[in-house]
Design a binder for this molecule. Structure first.
Ligand code: PRP
Length: 210
């Protein structure tokens, strides 16, 4: 039995398409239902989880495999194997602030308030450039932190750039690029070696078109 942690929402739907093309799933999981566990035949189970929780389910071994953004894996310092880059969910981790804010002046401040869904990444970044920061943990619409002036900048992912633009913000610094990864629990990998290698190979074949 292989248990897969699938993120809810758009990323999950794109990941499902890859799993279907790879022959791992036969059809889509009805994401709009309130059901969270789906048995697929006799040897597969799908858990529908919040994207940020996928690494936790995989690290704990509740799921053998999962699909998680590199941004979330870095934030949680997740102790899992990365099997493949699924080349979906592309985004950039950035520091952003109100348009016109000067990067050097911003980073030269003695103390910065930073709004973010990624407190660990934000804290590390500002500590690396020796800027004292107060991290304000937010759960969504992070841009509002900088727009309202609650924080001088934000650390957040940018995909199309539309949300920053619509709210008069600009990227000040790019930290890293992120895509969704196929991840695996360390013990599961050795216990289900053949099955997991088969899934990994099928996914890589689909995403690279090789
Ligand atoms: C993410 C991110 C930005 C937005 C960026 O939020 O936190 O707010 O997407 O996308 P864009 O560059 O294409 O505009 P998400 O959509 O996950 O919603 P949230 O505000 O609830 O976190």
């Amino acid at each position: 039995m292989i248990t897969i942690a699938l993120p809810k929402g758009r990323l999950g739907e794109e990941a499902e398409d890859i799993l279907i093309k790879s022959g791992i799933l036969k059809k889509k999981i009805p994401q709009d239902s309130r059901k969270l566990i789906f048995e697929i035949g006799t040897d597969m189970k799908i858990l529908l989880v919040r994207a940020q929780d996928v690494p936790t389910y995989v690290e704990m071994g509740t799921a053998d495999i999962g699909i998680a953004g590199k941004d979330v894996l870095i934030e949680h310092s997740s102790d899992v194997f990365e099997l493949a880059d699924m080349k979906i969910g592309y985004c950039k981790m950035t520091v952003a602030a109100k348009k016109g804010v000067n990067r050097e002046e911003l980073f030269a401040k003695d103390f910065l308030k930073v709004g973010t869904k990624y407190p660990s990444i934000a804290k590390k970044f500002f500590s690396n450039i020796s800027t004292q920061s107060e991290i304000i943990k937010l759960y969504g619409s992070v841009e509002l932190g900088a727009v309202t002036g609650m924080s001088e900048c934000i650390v957040d992912i940018v995909s199309t750039g539309g949300t920053l633009k619509e709210n008069g913000l600009d990227v000040v610094e790019e930290l890293f690029e992120s895509t969704a990864r196929l991840i695996c629990n360390r013990s599961s990998y050795y216990r289900e070696l053949d099955k997991i290698e088969e899934i990994k190979a099928a996914v890589i074949k689909t995403v690279t078109g090789a």
